[in-house]
Write a protein that binds this ligand. Sequence first.
Ligand code: DON
Length: 588
Amino acid sequence: MTINRILRAGLLAGSAMTALAMAAPTYAQMDLQPEGATGTAPARASVVAQDFMVAAANPVAVQAGYDVLAAGGTAVDAMVAVQMMLNLVEPQSSGIGGGAFLVYYDAAADALLTLDGRETAPLAAGGDLFLDEDGARLGFWDAVVGGRSVGTPGTLALMAQAHERYGTLDWADLLQPTIDLAERGFTVSPRLAGMLTGSRAERLRTYQPARDYFFPGGEPLAVGDVRTNQPFARTLRLIAEQGPAVFYDGPVADAIVATVQGAQGNPGLLSREDLAAYRVIERAPVCAAYRGYDVCGMGPPSSGALTVGQMLGILGHFDLPSMGPDSVDSWHLIAEAAKLAFADRGLYMADSDFVRMPAGLLDPAYLTVRAQHVSLDAALETPVAPGNPPWDEAALWSTHEGLELPGTSHVSIIDGDGNAVSLTTTIESGFGSNLMVGGFLLNNELTDFSFAAERDGRPVANRVEAGKRPRSSMAPTIVLDEEGAVALVIGSPGGSRIIPYVARSIVAILDWEMDVQAALDLPHIVNRNGGTDVEAGTSAEAFAAALEARGHSVNLRDLTSGLHAIRVTADGLIGGADPRREGIALGR
Ligand code: DON
């Protein structure tokens, strides 16, 4: 039995596992799934614990969070430690060069809030950011690689603000394990090594710091290599000693701006003023009622909670609990609800500080009307048209269907006092803009904006505007039960597929009463108002013919979610990690 399985199985025994759980596993000891190897994952048990739990995308990062919780830190303290460690060991997905959304349950105040640490467009940017001299849209990767796509990073500001409000341990101590490991060297994981091949690797060789870091001596890092990151250790040491000001208004800011503006062939507009002006925004959570629960998450600039909420609001009109996961009816309905929700997302959703959005996107009467479009017998033709949700002041927008690609991570944490963290954190594509400075990668989040500012003579709601935050699909979620207590913490990476990944996992856990790990393992069938994607190589393929017969246009493909979830039950905390990535859940 590998350490990986020992940890999972052993933690079922609860606190008796603490000693073993304290020993951080190494990759050499674990049988991790290579990318895309879905459907063949060994069956794994949920992790059960009584006091606290952390679930995230990398065992070393999870261990860092566990250690903080075991030392009496809060969920937010643990979040800081996990995020810093993820930046080191899963650099392709998230870090201080990117942005994040936090949904937080403050147990003492019995309050739920969200912090928006999304990147902003530079103040010098406008609707032509992704157009060439002739006014034609740039190719996606031409826009991504280099400085043009880099938005003002928000993750560090979010960490600092959350820590100031909800942390109890010393800020510098939370960064120290990552500083130490960056100096000593971490073990390269299968997923990181696997991403250093093919076309992605070619792009990553464009600029020198990333080329030298990921391809030392010209060869890609391999599984099991030990990689130091001295520049990152130095950056974190500065941030530990002097706080986030060194990043937003000090030497790190200088280095970021020089890197972005000096990116040969594709310089960007990010300036010292953008960094100095960056602010985390506290926003009210967006909650949708679902079968007695409140499903709460991140509102605009994320489309996550609204679109998950619309899907569930439509699905609430159907008896999914009695249909269960083995009925094609369930998957047909989930796909149909997604089509309708994605239609509204494309037209209406963007940064609401810049565009007027309908207030009634989650209005139960409106979703009842939308649900009436759904038939059990025949699939809606796509693209489904957006609806007419109630709103005070109408604005005519045009649609935007964005391309969103790997490079995101989800962290779920519950501490001993019942505080809960649901954090989805991103640098957008795998390796972000491919620009590296101070040992970390800079995001390409601005390509989440529509490249075209208008369509058919109407402005696109998600067009680039100075200081605006690009629309996101990230859906960090906390589900509250009828008493208002935390019932589930969940989220995933996966671009716009995050939305159906999260919605169907909520259905599996709440409606089908599935064990948390089993719910995350469940094969995916997703629709984003187009074809119906069925996870290749899994038992879901058995539904393909029946879905086709109802009119779905089925595509078999890899669907690499990265769901991390913790459920609160009378028997304790029950956690799971997506078998499609490298994460684990760990608790005591
Ligand atoms: O904010 C968003 O919606 C995207 N930038 C997230 C990208 C993503 O999830 C890639 N995942 N693997």
